[in-house]
Design a protein around this ligand. Sequence first.
Ligand SMILES: CC(C)(COP(=O)(O)OP(=O)(O)OC[C@H]1O[C@@H](n2cnc3c(N)ncnc32)[C@H](O)[C@@H]1OP(=O)(O)O)[C@@H](O)C(=O)NCCC(=O)NCCS
Length: 182
Amino acid sequence: MNAPPAARRTARPVLPPTHGVPMQVGLLEQVMRLEVQAYPFPWSRGNFVDSIAAGYWSHCRITEEGLLIGYMVALRSLEEWHLLNLTVDPRWQGLGLGRRMLERLAHQARSESGRSLWLEVRPSNLPALALYERFGFQQVGRRKNYYPDHEGRREDALVLSCMLASGAGAGAGAGAGAEPAA
Ligand SMILES: CC(C)(COP(=O)(O)OP(=O)(O)OC[C@H]1O[C@@H](n2cnc3c(N)ncnc32)[C@H](O)[C@@H]1OP(=O)(O)O)[C@@H](O)C(=O)NCCC(=O)NCCS
């Protein structure tokens, strides 16, 4: 039986199946298309090229059709992993991909003896803050006037960290050390 129109309108979209690959120059056209949609002050293509050349850890989620729908870049520094960029295609936000990618990052860090994740986030970025807090990040500092804003002023950055050693940071029920889906 067909669902009534109201039910069809409210049906929640489901994330398409994806596989993970490291970021490569060949993906940067798609990366930049999402980056400029997702951020008021996006990274430049050169920032991504530099991060690849520098050997930063990265992870892209690609659909069976070859479409990029999420990516992240992190910098390893001894036992600390700094998340520099985490982006989900705006069409696929709110469906769990960001959380799954964080789980993937935590898994990778643990597998390389990482003990903590670190990041900076704008206080005005409420969806990202909610994601990080729910995952287990805590605010540990604040950098004054860190980010530009469109009024020509600066916005502070909140510094968040999440300890991994005790199995924290698994977020939303994922087991520490378990292979995550993303
Ligand atoms: C931040 C971002 C990566 C989150 O990814 P996402 O796939 O949309 O997030 P998820 O669906 O995995 O959400 C996980 C949790 O985050 C929180 N969250 C996500 N989006 C939210 C929103 N719009 N409002 C409030 N909370 C939100 C919720 O707590 C959610 O858990 P729940 O669904 O169990 O309630 C994504 O919104 C994005 O790419 N934003 C633009 C780029 C950006 O700001 N990146 C972060 C830079 S620091």
